[in-house]
Design a protein around this ligand. Structure first.
Ligand code: PAF
Length: 282
């Protein structure tokens, strides 16, 4: 495994890999790696000749400074976890000035309206930050394929749009959500939950599973009202939003139309820790 802290040295290696005609797979992360990230890396290694993993906590995608301050920073253990995979990886772990120079600012993107829904409504500027850093990373790594978890399903749709509007020749691969034994979606933020918090937080997934059962027999409005009431009764979790939306446009479903693929989405707080999850409904 080789670790690069600066852009120039990884660019040299990428140029060699390209000259040799090898395919490059890329797994961008913000570190605090968990089993979900490791499964993305394994899948990437199966499908690509060379695997690059980036570890960079991107400041421009945090609308809340305390969320950025509290984000787990675990580079040394992340490296140990990646080493345990026994794969020949290239790890890119730059600092902010290496990627942004002296201006740590996001570019503004129009993602065809995807950016105004759900996470975009509640996290001001979040997707401009994600789009900015992913575009910068793609320009450095020049991957053939890039792997993203479906936990951040809206982010996955946004990245597909980014590729289209920025004309980047990258295939975007969405990978299923990795879950803890109780169903809680794996997330770097779970590091900040105690084990009893994690048991409570599994309520998010349990609720989504019940939504899936109700879908098809009850209206979207009834399901929405039911979810809101369930969270009101919950002593620990605070619901930020619940949505049933079309899986491509992410437009809220008022009526369920045949032939469309719907998903249900939840964002909720466990103390000050924001958790998101989603399931396919049909
Ligand atoms: O999903 C994440 O961890 C981040 O949003 C990403 C894609 C690495 C960009 O910072």
């Amino acid at each position: 495994m080789q670790i690069f802290r600066d852009k120039a040295s990884i660019e040299l290696v990428i140029a060699e890999v390209k000259r040799a005609g090898k395919s490059i797979g890329f797994v961008p992360t913000m570190g605090a790696l968990h089993a979900g990230h490791l499964s993305l890396v394994r899948q990437c290694a199966k499908e690509c000749d060379v695997v690059v993993v980036s570890i960079f906590i991107n400041p421009t995608q945090f609308d809340n400074p305390s969320d950025l301050d509290n984000y787990p920073r675990t580079l040394d253990t992340d490296i140990v976890k990646l080493e345990s995979l026994e794969l020949d990886l290239l790890v890119f772990a730059p600092n902010a000035s290496e990627l942004y120079g002296s201006k740590v600012e996001a570019e503004h993107f129009i993602f065809g309206g995807l950016e105004h829904r759900m996470e975009g409504k509640f996290r001001n500027g979040h997707f401009d930050g994600v789009g900015t850093v992913v575009k910068k990373l793609f320009e450095i790594i020049k991957p053939d394929r890039a792997y993203f978890g479906e936990k951040d399903f809206q982010q996955l749709q946004i990245i597909k749009k980014l590729i289209e509007i920025s004309h980047l020749p990258v295939e975007i691969i969405g990978c299923p959500i990795d879950r803890e034994a109780n169903g809680l979606a794996r997330s770097s933020r779970n590091e900040r939950l105690t084990s009893s918090d994690r048991e409570e937080a599994a309520f998010i997934y349990q609720t989504l599973l019940k939504v899936k059962q109700k879908f098809g027999t009850e209206s979207a409005k009834n399901i929405r009202d039911w979810v809101e009431k369930e969270f009101e009764k919950h002593p620990f979790l605070k619901l930020e939003y619940f949505e049933i939306a079309d899986g491509n446009s992410l437009i809220t479903a008022e009526d369920i139309e045949p032939g469309l693929n719907y998903r249900a989405f939840i964002a909720a707080y466990a103390k000050d820790i924001r958790l998101i999850d989603n399931v396919a409904l049909n």
